[in-house]
Design a protein around this ligand. Structure first.
Ligand SMILES: Nc1ccn([C@@H]2O[C@H](COP(=O)(O)OP(=O)(O)OP(=O)(O)O)[C@@H](O)[C@H]2O)c(=O)n1
Ligand SMILES: C[C@](O)(CO)[C@H](O)COP(=O)(O)O
Length: 374
């Protein structure tokens, strides 16, 4: 399934004030909208922008498709949906560019809910008492049972929300309102207090404080793996089949580099290793593609609230030569992990003909990864 993210950033941010619209103001050293875009790393991303801001986006080189916004948020979203129409997108997440700190676990929860539902959106139950005020006095109390504070990303099956927007030319508070007006059910998933929408000037200090707390929560893991050579005509290394006069022996496809990387991620999460999640004694994993393991480790990281900061894999062998394939390996790993390729390093070394790798009895791999709270 192809998931796209629409990041709305065409508003003028009048309530926040400032010299530039709020989504282009700096937060921890980069524009607010760059944080929001980065949260959807690895997905097809559309940034809806005001034409006056185009140069700002080009200056920071975001890896996004740019679509021009409209006079209202609803119109901006509609323009982005139309730009994605007919391109094989199955699910779309619609997110405010002014919500730069959306946690990975919120995004993961919305995506997971879309397996069953046509729409899903995060929200927080109202916990404070609600008053009606008049002339500075409390004029009444409003029952809060069943009331929620809506957040984004609001996720939908793509064709369903496109049809809903086309059938609903009027303005709406958000995309959930448009979906519901078209008869779609929208599941509520757990929102998060970190997922604040920058609306007023004081919100920036709150966001900076949240980011400082997250930067303290860095997890590092390492992984190591070895597979022996056997008869064959090639080896799977970091998701690429490399032609060779031998194969690699293993219960799965024996992708030694991917196994080391997967274990590094489990290690950073203190979640054991591949063998714990995919026991070799279980026949269903015999001959399995190692990308199943790596994708699982990354899903677990996101569900626990972490994003990949970077990873580095070193393959240790005399042959085959890895250099000509290293770029394709980076691309393959990044696609499986759904992260930007800049975060993935693959390199190789020999062991100077010493030891089992030097005698060409097998290939070893080691990997390091860093996960950040996100
Ligand atoms: N015509 C518009 C209006 C809003 N948005 C986006 O929708 C999100 C939520 O809107 P809001 O917080 O209300 O932003 P602004 O409209 O910019 O704020 P204000 O009402 O204070 O001017 C923001 O990321 C904003 O950039 C948009 O893409 N197109
Ligand atoms: C979509 C939204 O973020 C849901 O909370 C919100 O409706 C958009 O912001 P606004 O301040 O209501 O324009």
């Amino acid at each position: 399934m192809t998931t796209a993210a629409i990041i709305t950033a065409a508003g003028r941010g009048l309530r926040a004030g400032g010299d530039v619209p709020k989504q282009w103001q700096m937060l921890a050293g980069r524009p607010v909208v760059a944080h929001a875009v980065a949260a959807f790393d690895g997905m097809r991303r559309v940034l809806v922008m005001h034409p006056d801001d185009r140069a700002r986006a080009e200056a920071i080189g975001l890896d996004v498709q740019i679509v021009e916004g409209g006079a209202t948020r609803t119109q901006s979203v509609r323009n982005a949906l139309e730009a994605l129409a007919g391109q094989g997108i199955s699910r779309v997440l619609i997110h405010d560019g002014a919500r730069p700190l959306v946690p990975q676990k919120v995004i993961a929860a919305v995506i997971a809910a879309l397996d069953q539902a046509q729409g899903a959106a995060p929200a927080l139950a109202v916990t404070d008492a609600l008053w009606r005020g008049a002339a500075g006095l409390v004029a009444g109390t409003v029952p809060r049972d069943g009331l929620f504070r809506a957040q984004t990303p609001q996720g939908f099956r793509f064709d369903a929300i496109l049809a809903a927007h086309r059938a609903h030319p009027a303005e709406a508070a958000d995309d959930v309102a448009i979906a519901r007006a078209h008869g779609l059910d929208v599941v509520i998933v757990a929102g998060d207090e970190d997922n604040l929408k920058l609306t007023f000037p004081g919100d920036f200090a709150s966001a900076e404080a949240i980011l400082r707390g997250r930067q303290m929560d860095l997890r590092v893991g390492n992984g190591f793996d070895v597979h022996a050579f056997c008869d064959g005509d090639g080896v799977w290394l970091c998701g690429v089949k490399v032609p060779h006069g031998k194969g690699l022996l293993g219960h799965s496809d024996a992708d030694v580099g991917m196994h080391a990387l997967t274990d590094a991620i489990y290690g950073a999460l203190a979640e054991g290793d591949i063998g714990r999640h995919f026991p070799p004694s279980d026949p269903q994993w015999k001959g399995a593609e190692s990308k199943i393991f790596l994708a699982h480790a990354m899903r677990l990281a996101r569900a626990k609230g972490f994003a990949l900061a970077n990873c580095d894999v070193t393959l240790i062998c005399e042959r085959p030569k890895v250099g000509p394939h290293a770029e394709a390996m980076r691309q393959a790993l990044a696609a499986i992990m759904e992260v930007a390729v800049e975060k993935v390093s693959v390199k190789a070394t020999t062991s100077e003909r010493l030891g089992f790798t030097g005698r060409e009895e097998g290939i070893a791999a080691m990997a390091t990864c860093a996960l950040v709270r996100a």
